[in-house]
Design a protein around this ligand. Structure first.
Ligand code: HEC
Length: 130
């Protein structure tokens, strides 16, 4: 019984590392988020609350997936990535709420806050700061 539990746990650990978050997964999630942002923008312009709501939902799911592996013990990129993802979810929720209340200017401000998270991570992690 005990041994089978250990075997099971070892297998579970192995399969987790086999299915680790890959670069292809990351690019897929990034494209989902970019699409979600353009849907949200369209939803605000067309006063389509459903489109905004769907965009926010896709944005939140994809940002929850993002992982950045640390390159060494002093690399805090993965912690930074978690914070960024949490911020994206926070601002996206506010955006959705503002849109539902008909506050489009507020929704746009929150939209920019989301976009700022994207750009600051690209600056830091991708070193796109030139
Ligand atoms: C935690 C860091 C981080 C955050 C936050 C982040 N990105 Fe990215 N993004 C990356 C990295 C790293 C890559 C490069 C992907 C790779 O090559 O593995 C990337 C690449 C991309 C790409 C290019 C994908 C391609 O087709 O090559 C797009 C588009 C993109 N991100 C959009 C977004 C949007 C939109 C957001 C915000 C909603 C966002 N990203 C937030 C780190 C981040």
């Amino acid at each position: 019984m005990k041994r089978s539990l250990v075997t099971f746990m070892t297998l579970a650990a192995l399969s987790t590392s086999l299915y680790a978050y890959s670069q292809a997964d990351r690019i897929k999630d990034m494209r989902t988020m970019a699409q979600a942002l353009s849907d949200i923008q369209k939803g605000i312009l067309y006063n389509n609350k459903k489109l905004v709501d769907e965009g926010v939902s896709h944005l939140k799911t994809a940002s929850g997936n993002i992982q950045i592996a640390p390159k060494n013990a002093m690399d805090y990129s993965s912690v930074f990535a978690k914070d960024q993802a949490a911020n994206i979810v926070k601002y996206a929720d506010r955006l959705d709420k503002s849109m539902k209340e008909g506050q489009k200017h507020a929704a746009l401000t929150e939209y920019t806050s989301v976009l700022n998270q994207c750009v600051s991570c690209h600056n830091k992690i991708r070193k796109w700061n030139r």
